[in-house]
Ligand binder design. Structure first.
Ligand code: KG4
Ligand code: ZN
Length: 397
């Protein structure tokens, strides 16, 4: 079965094609990555210091159709729509979609390549959580393709995508058939992205319980805000991580001490907004002390290192709590922040200590991508095809 994945929940326009066979729940399952394309808008949003939803919506609308044309080069055709059919189907959706999404609909109307019906059996699309205006672009795009090619659309929870992403053994496009990694159950998933920080008990793929979450900012969000305070571009995570790494290599010892918020609370929740405020005060103090208007490279690096330690120590303490309270036999880390180098090292070491596997996504699948969305539609929570609607705050369980 061939699944087309569509992801537009934030500032990545992503499409993927996977082929799967067998049944995941019986263990007899294989998967092949045909192609996975990601178009990041990060540079565009950099000027705003964060994602600007209406700009993101317009970009998805303009870019997703050309991206589809590109990915369809990896499929074969199974037929062709007559001009009249093509026009009738688009005509039936025009009055609803064109006023709401002129960029998307405009691009589709000129996309005659869509008349070629590709060998795709179903479409998987992110329904939420995410930014509603951008989610709608993916959903409407899926609805248009579903109507043109007469195939079902499976709604997918973006967070479930981040869970299954770590199960892929390889993300190489055009790669061989692969088995997914064995997941001893129950598992604990730590999902850390720009919008979410959650600890999830995974009883099976498709059965989830959120056992801890942030009470305010998400961890990626606080990385981005701290980066801004340090004068680094958006998205800030990779920049802070790079400075922290340089600080370690250069033997810089941070002079500031930042809080590890809620580290000793007897629950699995997080709170990161205090950490952001602490970075603000650390920066102000440093500027006052030096009587300058800009931080020196060394003090930026010192703050970045201390910040990274505060975040990782807090995440690790809660993750340990989750492993111990659920009796987890394996751990999954997902979401953009899981690209973080120091965090990956720490969690791998922790896994060895508990003697359980810790699965981390590849660099391609740690941030937002459509490969994880296509895979989640096939092996994840069974969401029957139905009327789709963007759910900004869609829950996992
Ligand atoms: O999952 P994701 O791509 O998008 C959301 O669904 O939010 O996560 C994006 C977040 C951003 O906040 C970004 O700064 C952070 O992931 N991030 C990192 C690193 N790479 C990306 N944070 C820390 N270290 C990194 N290396
Ligand atoms: Zn994400």
């Amino acid at each position: 079965m061939i699944t087309l994945g569509i992801e537009t929940s934030c500032d990545e326009t992503a499409l993927a094609l996977i082929e799967t066979r067998g049944d995941y729940s019986t263990g007899d399952f294989g998967c092949r990555v045909i192609q996975s394309l990601i178009l990041s808008q990060a540079e565009l949003h950099s000027a705003y210091g964060g994602v600007f939803p209406m700009l993101a919506k317009r970009e998805h609308g303009k870019n997703i159709t050309p991206l589809l044309e590109k990915i369809l080069h990896s499929t074969t055709s199974k037929g062709e729509l007559a001009d009249e059919q093509f026009n009738n189907i688009l005509g039936s959706l025009r009055s609803e979609m064109q006023p709401k999404d002129p960029d998307l609909f405009g691009a589709i109307e000129d996309a005659y390549f869509l008349k070629d019906i590709p060998t795709i059996d179903q479409i998987a699309v992110t329904e939420g959580p995410g930014l509603e205006p951008t989610l709608w672009v993916g959903i409407n795009f899926a609805r248009i393709l579903g109507a043109l090619w007469n195939i079902p659309i499976i709604p997918v929870n973006h967070m479930e995508g981040h869970i299954v992403a770590s199960l892929l053994s390889s993300d190489v496009a055009g790669g061989d058939w692969q088995k997914l990694k064995d997941l001893p159950l129950p598992a604990v998933a730590l999902l850390i992205s720009g919008g979410h920080t959650e600890l999830v008990k995974v009883t099976s793929i498709g059965t989830y319980e959120v056992i801890g979450a942030t009470r305010d900012d998400a961890v990626g969000e606080v990385y981005d805000k701290a980066a801004r305070l340090l004068g680094l571009p958006y998205p800030g995570g990779p920049h802070i991580s790079k400075l922290a790494h340089e600080a370690m290599q250069e033997g810089i010892i941070p002079i500031v001490k930042l809080p590890r918020p809620m580290i000793d609370s007897d629950n699995l929740d997080f709170s990161f907004s205090g950490l952001k405020t602490a970075v603000l005060y650390a920066v102000r103090n440093e500027l006052k002390k030096t009587g300058t208007e800009q931080l020196s490279d060394a003090s930026k690096k010192g703050i970045a290192l201390e910040f990274e330690r505060a975040v990782i120590e807090t995440l690790e303490k809660k993750l340990r709590g989750a492993i111990e309270s659920t009796g987890a036999q394996s751990v999954i880390i997902g979401g953009g922040v899981s690209a973080n180098r120091m965090l990956r090292e720490r969690f791998k070491t922790m896994g060895k200590e508990y003697d359980i596997p810790v699965y981390l996504p590849s660099s391609h699948t740690s941030g937002d991508n459509a490969l994880m969305i296509a895979l989640a539609a096939v092996i994840g929570k069974n969401e029957a095809p139905r009327m789709l609607k963007a759910h900004g705050t869609k829950k996992l369980a």
